[in-house]
Each structure stands twice: as C-alpha cells, then as structure tokens.
Design a protein around this ligand. Sequence first.
Ligand SMILES: Cc1cc2nc3c(=O)[nH]c(=O)nc-3n(C[C@H](O)[C@H](O)[C@H](O)COP(=O)(O)OP(=O)(O)OC[C@H]3O[C@@H](n4cnc5c(N)ncnc54)[C@H](O)[C@@H]3O)c2cc1C
Length: 512
Amino acid sequence: MKRDGATTSLWQHNLPDYQPKNQPFPADKVFDVIVVGGGITGLTTALLLRKSGKTCVLAEAQTLGFGTTGGTTAHLNTLLDTDYRTIAEDFGEENARLVADITREAINLVRNHVEQYGIACGFEELPGYVLAQDEKQARDLDEIVEASQNAGLLAELVPDAPAPLPFRRAAVFDRQAQFHPTQYLLALAKAFEDAGGTLLTDCRVTKLDEGDILTVDTPQGQLRARNLIYATHTPPGLNILHFRCGPYRSYVIAVTLADESQYPDALVYDMQEPYHYYRTQEVDGRRYLVVGGEDHKTGHEENTEACFRRLEAHVRAHFDVTSVDFRWSSQYFENTDGLPYIGHLPGAGDNVFVATGFSGNGMTWGTASAIVLNELIVTGGSRYRALFAPGRVKPVAGFTTFVKEQVEVAKDFFSGWFSQSDIESLAELSHDEARVVNYQGTSIALYKDEAGKLHAVSPTCPHAKCAVAWNASEKSWDCPCHGSRFSPDGEMLTAPARTDLSPVDIREKVQL
Ligand SMILES: Cc1cc2nc3c(=O)[nH]c(=O)nc-3n(C[C@H](O)[C@H](O)[C@H](O)COP(=O)(O)OP(=O)(O)OC[C@H]3O[C@@H](n4cnc5c(N)ncnc54)[C@H](O)[C@@H]3O)c2cc1C
C-alpha cells in the first residue's frame, strides 16, 4: 500500500492499494456531497452521509490511506493532546464535557462499524496510562485527572502501570481503544461502495468553482455537488486556517521484544515534551511494540535520521528489543487553541466544509468530524457547531506566539528566502544527499539519489512561496510553513499545495 513517504509503516505492510469498483466517471451527475480526501476523515464522513441517504462521491488524489492515516499509530482516545484542565480553562467546563462526549461518541462509532461490518482490524478497548516522571509533571497529572473527571471521564490515580517505564505518579483513563487503521479504512471504503457511494482514487481535486452547485476539476473531468468537504488533513489553497494550523512531524518504530511480559496491554504515554506514546499491536500473528515520539516542526530538523536513532535508543533503554521491524514518520497539524477546526471553511460559501487541526488525535477527531459534518449537512445544525467552528477567534495563551510564528515564517519567505549555499556545495553532494544550492542567482533544490542521479526542482513551494527543506528519512521536500510535501522530482505528496514544484533543467543551468 502506497504512503506519502519512503519508509514503510506497519499499516502498509501486506496490504494492497484499494481498488474501487470500476464505475464510469460520474460526469453528468449532481451529487449531494463531494468528499475530497480518502483518509479516516473522508471515508468515515462519506459513509455516514451515504447512510443518511445523501448521494456522495469521494475523490482521493492518490490511494486510500496515502496520507497520515497510513502513517499514524492509531490510538483512539478520549484523553487528548490538549488536556481537560486546559480545555476547561480556555473553553469552559460545559465545553470540556462536550469534548469528552464527542470523543466517546467517536470511539463508539468505530466500535459500531467494526461490529456492523465485521471488520477484522484488531479493535480493542483498553485503558490508557499517563506517567508523570517528575514532581512538576505529577502535580500537573493530579489536576488533569481531576479536570477529566469533571468532564465526565473515568480517570483515577493508580499505584502501578503496565510498562517497564519509570514514573513518579500514574493515572489510568478507562475506555480508550486501538485498531489497525488501514484494515479499518479499507473496510469502510467497501461499506461505502456497497451502500451505493462513488469512490475515485488517483483523482486529485484541483480547482473549485463555487455557487449553489459546486464544480471541481479533476484530471478525469469535472464533478458537481451541492456541498463539498475538504477531508484533506489541511485544506488546499491559501486559507486563514493555514495560519492557525502548524505542520509537525512525529517518528514511530515498531519493534519485537524478547520478553513477552513487556508488551503493554494498554495504551501508555509519558509527559515529556514532546511525549512518547506506546502500545502493542498484533499484525499477521506477530506482536509489535509501537512507540512514537521525537516530534518537531516540519522542515525544522536537518537530521531526521537522528530522530529515529534517539527514539530507538529511548525504547532500548526500557525494553528488551529483539528487532526493529518498521520505522516511519508522518505529519500532523497542530491547532492554535487546543481544539480542531470542523465546519464551514472560512472565506468559502456555506456549502464548503473542512476538518483539520487534529494534532496527534486525528483518529478520534477524524471520526468525530464525520459525526459533526454529517449533522451539519443533513440537519443544518449540531450541538458541536460553535465549539469547533473553523472561523472562531479564540485568543488563548500561546495564540499570539503561534500565529506570529506562522506569519513570520511566511513573511520571511515572501521577502526573499534564498539559501546561502553556493555552487561549491553542489559539487560536494554525496549519494543520497540533498541540498538547496544557489547557482547564478537561481535557487535549486537538488537531490542526488543512491544511484548518483541528480533530481533538481525549484525549492519554492507553490502554495505560499516558502522554501522547502529536505526530509532525509522520507526522501521528500517538506515545506516548513504549511506542511506541503513533494517527491525528489517535485511531485506533490501532501496538500495544501495544489501543484508540483517547478522542474529545473539542470543540464542547461549547471555543468556537472
Ligand atoms: C506519527 C503520527 C502518529 C499519530 N498517532 C495518532 C494516534 O495514535 N491517534 C490519533 O488519534 N491520531 C494520531 N495521529 C494523527 C492522525 O493520524 C491524523 O490526524 C489522521 O490520520 C488524519 O486523517 P485525515 O483523514 O484527516 O488525513 P489524511 O489521512 O492525511 O488523508 C488526507 C487525504 O487527502 C488526500 N488529498 C489531499 N489533497 C487532495 C486533493 N486536492 N484531492 C484529492 N485528495 C487529496 C491525500 O492524498 C490523503 O490521502 C498521528 C499522527 C502522526 C503523524
């Protein structure tokens, strides 16, 4: 199964790309809804809409699960990256209870799908443990547990934890869950098609013409509908949400252990900054410990291999590792104020929707988005509408710094971002190395592959004119501003860009 990176995730292993039913391209039909994007958000939303009686087409640019859904770790949580103490302080206690409600609804929805469609995806409800490792974290954990209880969750301090990790204080949160995300995704796709939904892969949506009837361009032709949902993880084009969502990368390894008793029978998290997340998953009869961490802002870490090395060293320090079987990294979008953006896309008509800003909880938020968007489209309202409205202005602590950071990154690049590297560095490029070089006043993003072939593209991201940075692990050019990603030859892998990086004819410009 294809994914948007060079490494292979545990969830791609032994799974084919989904082959949609061979239907004629629906050029003449006006659908109720076009869903753009075939990750967990798009597929869950499309299925719910279809079950609500809406005619629906889902268009995925590549293959189902190509985006972060193929590179996740698939914890399903009511416990979130933004803790309930912070949510209650910033949004009020009533809204904290609403957040707890929708996250529970999301986990229930996944369980119902697994039962209804008989999906073999290793879905399990498990407790989640949070481990505080110093006094400050322990005090924070006390408050988080209390705020979580106030929000209606089952949480308590406990003396033990089911993992060989040091801790000063531990808390358990009941009724979290885990599953195999791509097995689940492909089963949703089948359910959607069986229910009469239209599914198109290799179908990138490139342009939207607004009106009561929306028209989008795709390479296969135009699609028309009364509503459109961007389930693209971040919406394409330039939007205010790109200044409210920052792209981050997180690293994962799946290892096998010598001592069976070390596999946690729970979801486990420490409270470091960035935190580590641990769980066990059996795939094809083999058990894996899946551990994530080492997060950083996209494009801000030159040595991405070192991130994997630090993560592996951390795991080996606490677990008796036999082998590292899979390692991959993937991208998520951090929101500004602690909650995702689900609802009408700011700046677009009332019939254009979006779901983004999920931080590290997009299995839960992607599923929750489907619930909210289905309600908004089917009934016109939802009790969650205001809380998650993408147009909300919520100046909480950190907001100014966050937005300033996003805007300044963009401003820098708008006003001249040329690399200082010169042509000398080009000559020194080793195999499997990349660099942005400046040659005769032109910046060139150069990658010399393992066979010694040079791949040259413009380093200017077509989205907001920022400069891309090389990601050595996934062999991609990543944009630090809004998270667009491109292959060494410039092919767009990840939105919000709509087009590829411009090719550079290095033979004309560079004599090597
Ligand atoms: C390492 C890592 C671990 C994580 N672990 C967890 C976890 O344990 N639990 C959790 O809840 N969350 C986790 N997350 C977050 C979660 O995985 C994501 O938020 C979630 O997968 C996003 O799903 P999505 O469907 O919204 O987006 P994606 O899965 O990225 O899907 C978007 C799709 O849209 C397609 N697309 C883009 N542009 C277009 C276009 N113009 N036309 C057509 N298609 C287009 C893309 O090809 C892609 O397939 C993790 C994230 C990372 C990076």
